[in-house]
Design a protein around this ligand. Structure first.
Ligand code: G1P
Length: 290
């Protein structure tokens, strides 16, 4: 069954990025010239997703405006004959069908995904966390949706993490099935190096069967009162196999200040209009510090 729908949880406070996120959504911070959230929307669309539900919260309505038409701006650009911008601005609202659902209380990632139950219905769906920007030969979420089609089971994207990463990500206990596919035997949320089962961390892309919603409802809140998606996936493990896919490509944690800087510089180096200029500039900065 083809995956047609995606859910993008974007309701958090963006505390790692304060003060910039005090009065604007983290997901709208621009990496070069596009807001963070647009990178994962484009990734989903490239993978064949047709409809996207964004989970939002109070103070984040600029995301809704961004993915809507903007007739006044379009008229202005038309009159000024700025046709490239006009085209680009128009394309944004046409990329997919967009639905916005409010999470009224910040009760965790699992709870945010549960908000999409009515929207998703009884079909498998993708989840993309906008903090992660993936730069991959095949869109990262498509690596998961292709694997889903083969195995007909939920998939999590996996990456190798260092000791620090065991404190930042869910970690799986893997049983290797093929070069990139691992059956998940167990998992633990941010265990730290001592309790980590492996160096395989869960990154921000998932494909779920609709059973995840019942599992989230049965999941008890953690110590902070949040319903973690990792705990809900653990319940799914009791009734269905779940797999991890070691993705091929590069990933930036752009929800973190340093990761955001890395993403900005590396993605700019790949853009033809900046590449040479930026490389030269970076080289001159480095020669000053030598
Ligand atoms: C969430 C998940 C965690 C996963 C991470 C990926 O954590 O709970 O298992 O490794 O996303 O980015 P959060 O980043 O919301 O703390």
């Amino acid at each position: 069954m083809k995956i047609r729908k995606a859910v993008i949880p974007a309701a958090g406070f963006g505390t790692r990025f304060l003060p910039a996120t005090k009065s604007q959504p983290k997901e709208m911070l621009p990496v070069i010239d596009k807001p963070l959230i647009q990178y994962c929307v484009e990734e989903a669309v490239q993978a064949g997703i047709e409809s996207i539900a964004v989970i939002t919260s109070r103070g984040k309505s600029s995301m809704e405006d961004y993915f809507d038409r903007s007739p006044e701006l379009e008229q202005f650009l038309k009159e000024k004959k700025k046709l490239d911008f006009l085209q680009e601005v128009r394309e944004i609202s046409k990329m997919a069908e967009f639905v916005f659902i409010r999470q009224k209380q910040a009760l965790g990632l699992g709870h945010a995904i549960l908000m999409a139950e009515g929207y998703v219905g009884q079909e498998p769906f993708a989840v993309l966390l906008p903090d992660d920007i993936f730069d991959c030969p095949r869109p990262c979420i498509q690596q998961l949706t292709d694997a889903f089609l083969e195995f007909k089971a939920s998939f999590l994207v996996l990456g190798r993490v260092d000791e620090e990463g065991t404190k930042k990500y869910g970690i799986v206990k893997p049983k290797q099935v093929s070069e990139r596919v691992f059956q998940v035997e167990d998992m633990i949320e941010k265990p730290g190096p001592e309790k980590a089962f492996s160096d395989l961390g869960i990154l921000g892309r998932y494909v779920f069967t609709p059973e995840i919603f019942e599992a989230i409802k049965k999941t008890a809140p953690d110590k902070k009162g949040e319903i973690q998606i990792t705990d809900a996936i653990k319940l799914i493990l009791e009734i269905q196999p779940v797999y991890g896919y070691l993705f091929e490509g590069i990933r930036y944690d752009a929800g973190d200040k340093f990761g955001f800087l890395q993403a900005t510089i590396e993605l700019a180096l790949k853009r033809p209009e900046f590449s040479q200029k930026l490389r030269k500039h970076l080289e001159s900065l480095l020669s000053l510090t030598e």
